[in-house]
Design a protein around this ligand. Structure first.
Ligand code: AMP
Length: 495
């Protein structure tokens, strides 16, 4: 199939050709005709499937007849709104809109937080047809009346699952309420939980479900490995692996941003080239870190889950979970960064005794035990204190300003760790790691039957959109999701 057969305008075909794309990806082949037919779409697709062009190209085509060369701002009302969970993704989407729309006189604005709002207000004053925004900053603009959404005809929620995970439901609900009811809605999500379906059913009109597996399903190309290692030895093991295996490009995950910073500083002290990317860094610092990593100037990028979202790097050979995630879905998202574009990838997890429960949930999701690798002898067994997040005091909590995306997650994580400690939960697996004192004998996977499929924990009571909107944006605990959808297996027709 060619792009020309999708009835795209010559201006768009020219832009696509310049990108060197020869044929549409599966999601593009399905989504473009459906969107051009003005249908609402629920697309189950991860980053890397070509989903951005899948919604951007038809969006541009539908708006093209409304483009105006007038200089009057009134002739350039906001007609399309794209919401994304992170600044990085917003920037990538906006760049795609500019790239594919370069031969059309449509104007675009990029609105995200963490930077001065004034230039964004100025860019809106001239009039723009397409706004790409993160929910929090868009609300700021709505409050300042620097954006008028009354003429929006198309709404795109990109990585909707991530937006819900990050606690954006109340913001999304407020934004939806500000949009005209008659519009086309497109929702993209890597996973489809009950919560996403509930959100969709609240505002979409009989949406068509489009589902594609990743261009390369992670399971086929990624080797999973685990080192059971005491937290105090993780840093030495990481440095050892990078050096002895001559790793040239590694994305390393920490759960918390302070840990990410600390680890990257430790790695630099080890003589390795490393940088960190997380929500506390300015947008230009994050962009620079990502660029340096992509171009190979820096070998090790230490990231938090939130900051790494939307990062699109083809042929990333290694993902190392310095700390494994506390939800199995995040594991799938993390490893989705490697094993792409036909290249094999390795997902290596450094798991301390405290994290064995989390590992158990991940293995249950994958329906197999991840092979354990023997711990190498670490030079002099130089122990570096593992980065640990200190509990914020009640005073600092009270004085804290509005929480950023990363911070909300971080607080939720701290609470979970605290709760886990309080409830004194038994660890699930016997611990095999390291020479330092292992934990007391543990039961062998007491609740863990590999022969049975993963069963997500019981869901919280269902809550409707209005009820959620009434609440403050509390840290959101990710809901359990269908594994079929997560791993791109299940095929749905209509929702
Ligand atoms: P996305 O899933 O939208 O993040 O896209 C992933 C990558 O695929 C981006 O680097 C795009 O430039 C690239 N891409 C999008 N569409 C195509 C296509 N039809 N052929 C080849 N590459 C594409």
């Amino acid at each position: 199939m060619s792009f020309a057969s999708l009835n795209l305008a010559p201006e768009l075909l020219r832009a696509v050709l310049e990108q060197g794309y020869t044929e549409p990806t599966p999601i593009q082949a399905q989504a473009i005709p459906a969107i051009l037919n003005r249908m609402d779409i629920m697309g189950c697709a991860q980053t890397g499937t070509g989903k951005t062009a899948g919604f951007t190209l038809p969006l541009l085509q539908l708006l093209a007849p409304l483009a105006s060369t007038s200089t009057s701002p009134a002739k350039h009302p906001v007609r399309a709104l794209v919401l994304t969970p992170t600044r990085e993704l917003a920037a990538q989407v906006e760049e795609s809109v500019r790239t594919y729309g370069k031969y059309l006189p449509l104007r675009t604005a990029l609105l995200y937080g963490g930077v001065d709002i004034k230039p964004q207000i100025k860019s809106m004053q001239g009039g723009v047809e397409i706004v790409v925004a993160t929910p929090g900053r868009l609300l700021d603009h709505m409050e300042q009346k620097s954006v008028n959404l009354s003429q929006v005809q198309m709404l795109v929620l990109d990585e909707a699952d991530r937006m819900l995970d990050m606690g954006f439901m109340p913001a999304i609900t407020r934004i939806l309420a500000a949009l005209p009811p008659m519009r086309q809605n497109l929702l993209f999500s890597a996973t489809f939980s009950e919560e996403i379906k509930k959100l969709a059913s609240g505002f979409m009109r009989n949406p068509t479900m489009i589902e594609v597996a990743r261009r390369n399903a992670p399971a086929e190309l990624v080797t999973h490995q685990v080192y059971e290692v005491p937290a105090l030895k993780k840093h030495a093991l990481l440095a050892h692996l990078v050096k002895t295996r001559d790793m040239q490009q590694v994305l390393i995950f920490c759960r918390m941003k302070r840990d990410a910073d600390k680890l990257s500083r430790q790695l630099i002290r080890d003589g390795l080239s490393a940088t960190a990317i997380h929500g506390d860094r300015s947008q230009s610092e994050r962009s620079l870190a990502l660029d340096e990593f992509k171009t190979g100037k820096v070998k090790l990028l230490v990231a938090t889950d939130v900051a790494a979202r939307g990062i699109d790097i083809d042929q990333l050979p290694f993902v190392i979970n310095y700390e494994i995630p506390n939800t199995p879905e995040d594991y799938v998202h993390r490893i989705g960064r490697t094993g792409r574009a036909g290249s094999p990838g390795e997902a290596i997890s450094l798991v301390s005794p405290e994290e064995m429960d989390y590992l158990g949930s991940i293995e249950k999701l994958l329906k197999r035990q991840i092979p354990r690798l023997p711990l190498p002898l670490l030079g002099g067994d130089r122990e570096t204190r593992a980065p640990r997040e200190r509990e914020p005091s009640a005073v600092s909590r009270a004085a804290a300003p509005a929480l950023s995306e990363d911070e909300r997650r971080e607080r939720a994580e701290q609470r979970r760790v605290r709760e886990a400690k309080d409830s004194g939960r038994a660890r699930r697996a016997p611990y095999a790691g390291g020479s330092s004192t292992p934990p007391a004998p543990l039961p062998a996977y007491p609740h863990f039957d590999f022969s049975k499929p993963y069963e997500p924990p019981a869901k919280d009571a269902a809550h409707d959109v209005a009820a959620v909107a009434a609440k403050a944006p509390l840290p959101h605990r990710p809901q359990a999701r269908s594994i079929g959808a997560l791993l791109g297996r299940k095929k749905l027709d209509k929702v």
